[in-house]
Write a protein that binds this ligand. Sequence first.
Ligand code: KG4
Length: 337
Amino acid sequence: MKILGIESSCDETAAAVVEDGRIILSNIVSTQIEKHKIFGGVVPEIASRLHAESITFVVREALEKADCTLSDIDAIAVTYAPGLIGALLVGVNFAKGLSFSSGIPLVPVHHLRSHIAANYITHSDLKPPFLCLVVSGGNTLLVNVEDYTKFNVIGRTRDDAAGEALDKAARTMGLPYPGGVNLDKEARGGDINAYTFPKPRVDDNPLDFSFSGLKTSVINTIHNAKQKGGEISVKDLGASFLNAVVSSLESHTEKAIVQQNSKTLVLAGGVSANSMLRQRMTELAEKHNVKIYFPELSLCGDNAAMVAAQGYYEFMTGKRADMSLNAAATMPITEQM
Ligand code: KG4
């Protein structure tokens, strides 16, 4: 079964054809990074316009690379939530038009579900149930993936996402957008104990995260140093800050593994590309004798292969959308229209 995936939730316009939820036939990503770089972050209005400019080309290329025409496609899977509303609308409306004109069924896909599904492409043996840490630019979640389309959230961020905190910290350190990636590179070999940060704590659920205090703390550290005319070592500050963020993700994941008696741990989302996080989670998994899976690096960021992969499983459970499908900026992973 061939699924055409379409993704436009943030700053990548993407389309892909995936067979049976696992095998990539094509995976086209048109990134807008260079266009947003001069602003230091994604400008939503510009993102929407650029998606509108490139989506037809990207979808056509995905079909061509897969050696397919629309008549070979069994379903069109599209990211409809969560994300930048104007950006999402471009993909959703394009997919609706394509579905209406071709008669191919339309399948709505939740963005974070698709980040998790990136792992099904990378690891042919991976099947639910498993514990998943989803760390992206807009979300940080600990989820029990009970089945391909059944999710139970056991921990979530109360304020900023880990990726958001990394991006803001990187920007304040003067690193170019996209911050998290550049912080990863810059911090390698830095001293994780050079700077100290508060340990975030959330009172009523020990599995919930908080990153806003850490974010404020790193910004204050930089501003205080500047005001006093002092020097900041971006390498050491980056390493210390990354260590603080990773330690929080690690300690919560460890609590979840013990509490849920998890046997398999999966990482998903853009931040799962981070080298320090991968190393520490691998050590954690070894300590608890848990199997660990990460998406391959090329599938950690936004792409449409993961949308098609999750779309396949949604389609198999009978999920369909009609022409009333709308985009939504926010949507819990447990909800699906
Ligand atoms: O999952 P994603 O591509 O977009 C959302 O769906 O939100 O995640 C983007 C986030 C950004 O915050 C970016 O800085 C971060 O993932 N990121 C990284 C790395 N690569 C991407 N953070 C740390 N280290 C990386 N290597």
